[in-house]
Design a binder for this molecule. Sequence first.
Ligand code: NIG
Length: 411
Amino acid sequence: MTRRAASLLIDRIGELTTNDDAEGGRLRDAAVVIEEDRVAWVGPAAAAPAADDRFDAAGRAVLPGWVDAHTHLVFAGDRTAEFEARMAGEAYAAGGINVTVEATRAATDAALEVNLARLVAEARRGGTTTIETKTGYGLTVDDERRAAVLAGRHVDAVTFLGAHVVPTGADPDAYLDLVTGPMLDAVAPHVSAVDVFCEAGAFDEAATARVLAAAARAGLATRVHGNQLGHGPGARLAVEAGSLSVDHLGFLSDDDVSALAGSWRDWDGGAGPRGTVATVLPACDLSTRVPLAPARRLLDAGAVLAIASNANPGTSYTSSMAFCVATAVLQMGLTVQEAVRAATLGGAIALGAERDGWRDPSGAAQGAVGRIAPGARADLQLLEAPSATHLAYRPGMPLVTAVWRAGRRVA
Ligand code: NIG
C-alpha cells in the first residue's frame, strides 16, 4: 500500500474533477501522471505519456483528496450521553467542551496520540488527504502545548484554540490574560493559526477582539468559530481582522453575508490580498440540530465557501467529508460540483494551502492542494462510481475506493 513508483499513470478516468476553471472544473476520459509527490501531467487518456507504473481507473471518477479545514482531533473520552440527551430534545451548550477537557487532561500522551492516529486513519480511508486540527481540550499552558505538538506529528495544519471556553473553575478575565499571554507564547512555535469561539457561553466580542489582536502581534493567522448557536459578531470580527476563515455560520445577517463576500473583492486568485473563507460544517449543524448554514446564499453573494467535517467528540463525531458533501447538495442547495469544490479547493484556500510552497507543521514546503493540476501535491481519491454526482445520488455509500496522498497510496 505504501510503495511509491517514480512515476504512476492513473489511466482511463471516466470523470476527473480538476477544479481548474479553464476546463470547467472537470474532464472526461482523462488520465493523470504522478511523479514522486506531485502531479506531473493531466489530460485526455488518449494522449497520456508512459510512466513506470499504470493504474487502470476503468471509467471511474477521480477527484482531489478532501481538504478538511476544521477538526478537533486531540481529545480523550466520549460524549455519547450528551448526544443522546440532545436527540431527546436538549439544546447544545458550549459547556460540554469542559467534559472533554477533563478527560483529555487526564490522558497520557500515548493515549492521545493513539486516538489521534486512529481518527486520521479513518479520515484517510474516507478520502481526506489534508487535515487541519485544533487544540482546545487542554486549556492549561502545558496541555495546550502538548496538544499542538502531538497534532503536528499527524496533520497538515495545527491551530491554537486556547480560547475555546473558560475552563471550569477559572476566572474569565484571568483566563483571557493567560490565553493571550503565556499560553499563546508557549503554543505559538507549534501552530500556524489562532482560533477563538465567539459565542454566548464562550467568548464575547471584546474577548474575541483581544484574542485576534494577540494572534496578530504574534504573527499568526487567525480563524473564528462564529454564528454557531445564534446571531453574533463572529463573522464581522473575522472579516475585520482579515482572518483566514470564519466557521459554522448557521445564523448570518445580510450584513454578515455581504461582509464575507466583499472580503474577496480584491483577490486575484494569487498571493494578493485575500478575504475570509466562509466554512460551513453540515455534519455539526445536523448533530446539534441548528439550522443548516446558508451555503447557497453565501455562494450567490460571491463568498468563497469551504465545507469541513468539524470532527470532534461533542458536536460532530464524524470525519466523513462525503457525508458533508452529500448533505450540502441534498439539504443546502449546492450542486455536486459546488460542494466538491468547497470540500477540496475551498478548504485549501481556508488553510492558505492552495498555493505551492505552503508549509506543514514540520516546516516542509508542500505542493498546492485542492486541485489536480501539474505541480500540485498528488492527492487524489478514486470513487467506485462513474462520476462525483454519485456522492449525493448514493448518499452514505462507501464510494471511496483508493486514496493517494503526496503520490503515495494511503488507502
Ligand atoms: O466546533 N464550537 C466550538 N467547538 C466545537 C465543539 C466542541 C465540543 O463541543 O466539544 C465545534 O462545534
